[in-house]
Design a protein around this ligand. Structure first.
Ligand code: XMP
Length: 321
């Protein structure tokens, strides 16, 4: 890898911000740029850096891909409106579900999401807005995992030999590429982002598609969305690195009201980790697990089985896909 990491202990957030703002301004000059905000710490940080550097010449979109958590587009757009950053919600649900139709292989699903984001959605937004630049929050770990061949992170392009100028018609700017997540959090805090943003657990770029084993359909995304909401409500005070729900592909026999019910299986994962490179399952109290099982099987239609992952990373990964 020819990118040099800036370690958290060597980072001076104020200086880093100054330097990145200067660099974005001098790259974009008097042109326009766009960026996609998902509300995660990386894209939120890039939005604020870009906003400081370019003001109204940065157009920020929330891409509603049908794979985000419940009510997330509206919540994030209104939070940023409160910070003085206008965010437009762009409805791309049909494009994403069309691209994912019939796909079950994890890397094919990731590739379909990448192409839908970069070729279809950003390609269209760039053409419509007249922008020449796309700002995005790729971080050091994203590059590392992709280069190591572990997972194709949705936002890695150049390191895979993709010339975005030639293939998509715009240049990508990645101000956070030298930082890992803990360092990005320091920058986010120094930029004045609220605590709920700079302490937010990571959420993957492919969103809930990283948590649906097998085909991702609107119906299956809705099941995992319901389970995710419960897992987040129950585990948000644990102080753990990341917690999530996964929908399995195979169904299992259950029993409901004395009748056979052939239903869905949800797997809960809760991780202790520093940097997502390695991780171990949190030793959650049994009554917490019991409450998760009860709530998920009663509140998410069709779920008859809930399991808890007890595997470390490696050999597991944090997400399932
Ligand atoms: P894995 O599943 O590879 O995840 O152990 C490591 C960390 O990265 C997040 N993740 C992603 N983040 N784009 C991202 O920006 C992606 O394609 C992606 N896939 C996984 C995951 O949530 C975890 O924090």
């Amino acid at each position: 890898m020819n990118i040099e990491e800036i370690r958290r202990e060597d980072l001076h957030p104020g200086k880093f911000i100054e330097q990145q703002v200067r660099e974005i301004s001098s790259t974009v000059r008097s042109e326009l740029a766009i960026n996609a905000l998902s509300g995660g710490v990386d894209s939120s940080t890039v939005t604020m850096l870009g906003h400081r550097a370019l003001g109204e010449r940065l157009k920020t979109y929330f891409i509603e891909n049908g794979l985000m958590r419940r009510d997330e587009p509206r919540k994030i757009a209104s939070l940023f409106a409160g910070l003085g950053v206008p965010v437009e919600i762009f409805d791309a649900r049909e494009q994403f579900f069309d691209a994912l139709k019939g796909l079950t292989d994890p890397e094919e699903k990731r590739e379909a999401i990448t192409q839908t984001f970069y070729r279809d959605v950003f390609g269209e937004l760039v053409r419509e807005s007249g922008a020449r630049y796309l700002l995005q929050g790729t971080n050091y770990t994203d590059v590392e995992e992709t280069v190591a061949g572990i997972k194709r992170q949705h936002n890695i392009l150049e390191q895979l030999g993709i010339d975005t100028e030639e293939q998509y018609g715009y240049t990508v700017i990645e101000p956070l590429i030298q930082l890992r997540k803990t360092a990005v959090r320091e920058v986010a805090k120094a930029l004045g982002l609220p605590e709920e943003i700079y302490t937010r657990p990571p959420f993957p770029g492919p969103a809930l598609a990283a948590r649906v084993i097998g085909e991702v359909t609107p119906e299956r995304a809705e099941i995992v969305r319901g389970a995710t909401e419960i897992v987040e409500e129950e585990l948000c005070d644990t102080g753990t690195f990341q917690y999530l729900a996964i929908l399995h592909n195979d169904r299992v026999t259950g029993v409901r009201g004395g009748k056979r019910d052939y239903g869905f299986q949800i797997e809960v994962r809760c991780w202790d980790s520093k940097d997502a490179v390695t991780g171990s399952p949190t030793r959650l109290p049994y009554d917490v697990l019991d409450r998760l099982a009860k709530r998920i099987t009663t509140e998410v239609p069709g779920v008859v089985s809930v399991t808890y992952n007890i595997t470390r990373k490696p050999p597991s990964t944090i997400e399932a896909v």
